[in-house]
Design a protein around this ligand. Structure first.
Ligand code: CTP
Ligand code: MG
Length: 364
């Protein structure tokens, strides 16, 4: 069964405040996310973009859309090269619609349906109003919110685009032409981005915490390195370069990602790590975080040091960490006020909190 998907992305995003389909979400634009899901189930993907912004998109053929959504669907349909059995129509404004929804729509078409719409039940009580007056309370048990991708037999969508009817919902046109439209389960992740707030709600956050400390070394050959920045002062005892800041930050980002700590990524006893540049280790940990689709949004670090006095170094330590991690980094220093081993200047400690951002978790 050949399936083609038309991704409509030619809107102006009036309510968003700009063409939202080009907004970035976790490393790809909204329209790229929508196309990526579509390509995994389609032999052909056509994207309608605004006539003034015909950028190329991996895995899809790009055409200029029209002044209305229906017109964009019409133009994308006209650009189909093949003659697929089924055609799906999908909004770029639903970037995280899971592939499982596409599959449910296609499976239902294959069982025999003119058109298929993914829907969600409506959790709120629904009122019909006139001005500020409630006219009726609707029985919500029979109501569903329509999503995309909506699926059509090829000849059904051809009839839809050939009819002069315009609407924000292709299946509605099929209904009014007398076709039988059926529903399948949609997904919360397939919800439409209309406002900037909707986009923020597709992003989840994770928080992590890390601490590290090392003893001051008597070896005059060892240098003090904090967040990859060489600082005047006694070096620290460690298998690696003893960068307590890099280690605390690594633990914080790995903890936030649910991976664990630096010891879960590197073995302390690994001879290859003798004297290792801890910023290189931090980069390795960061890659593990990125693999999980997470990005560093913010890191806050406190260094506990009786000496050296670090005020003049904090800005460059933060800048160096920012360069590697991305996001925004703040580094502070505190004196332990003479208390305990740190207070006697026998070692240095650092603590870090990391906030990571990623796309909403597992599909639901
Ligand atoms: N769309 C389109 N061509 C149009 C209008 C809309 O391809 N002339 C697409 C949008 O890019 C979006 C989808 O249809 O992917 C749903 O439309 P909507 O959420 O209304 O997006 P916009 O029209 O861009 O936003 P607004 O209505 O706030 O201007
Ligand atoms: Mg619109």
């Amino acid at each position: 069964m050949a399936v083609a998907t038309l991704v409509v992305a030619a809107g102006s995003g009036r309510r968003f405040g700009g063409p939202k389909q080009f907004e970035a979400l976790g490393g790809a634009s909204l329209v790229e996310h929508a196309v990526a899901a579509a390509t995994s189930v389609s032999s052909e993907v056509v994207v309608a973009l605004p006539a003034g912004r015909l950028e190329s998109i991996d895995g899809a053929r790009v055409v200029a859309g029209g002044a209305t959504r229906s017109e964009s669907v019409r133009r994308a349909f006209a650009a189909l090269e093949g003659r697929p059995d089924f055609v799906l129509v999908h909004d770029a404004a639903r970037p995280l619609a899971p592939v499982s929804v596409f599959e449910r729509v296609i499976a239902r078409l294959a069982k025999g349906a003119d058109a298929v719409v993914p829907v969600l039940a409506i959790p709120d009580t629904v009122k019909q109003v006139e001005g500020d007056r409630v006219r009726a309370t609707i029985d919500r048990s029979t109501l569903r919110a329509a999503q995309t991708p909506q699926g059509f037999r090829y000849d059904v969508l051809r009839a839809v685009v050939e009819s002069a009817m315009d609407g924000t919902d292709d299946a509605a046109v099929a209904e009014s032409l007398g076709y039988e439209v059926v529903v399948v389960q949609g997904a919360p992740r397939a919800r439409k981005v209309t406002t900037r707030q909707d986009l923020h709600e597709l992003v989840g956050v994770r928080v992590g915490f890390g601490v590290d400390q090392h003893a001051v070394s008597r070896d005059p050959g060892r240098h003090l390195v904090l967040g990859g920045v060489r600082v005047a002062g006694a070096g620290l005892e460690a298998h690696s370069d003893g960068d307590v800041v890099a280690h605390a930050v690594a633990d914080a980002i790995l903890g936030a990602a649910g991976i664990g700590g630096i010891g879960d990524v590197y073995r302390d006893s690994d001879p290859a790590l003798r004297g290792a540049d801890s910023m290189a280790l931090l980069r390795g940990c960061l890659e593990r975080v990125w693999e999980r689709g997470l990005r560093v949004a913010q890191v806050d670090v406190t260094i506990l040091a009786e000496r050296p006095h670090l005020a003049g170094e904090l800005g460059s330590i933060a800048a160096n960490l920012e360069r590697v991690l991305g996001g925004s980094v703040l580094v502070k220093a505190k004196r332990p006020e003479g208390l305990g081993a740190l207070g006697r200047g026998e070692g240095l400690a650092a603590a870090a909190v990391a906030l990571l951002e990623g796309l909403l978790g597992d599909e639901s």
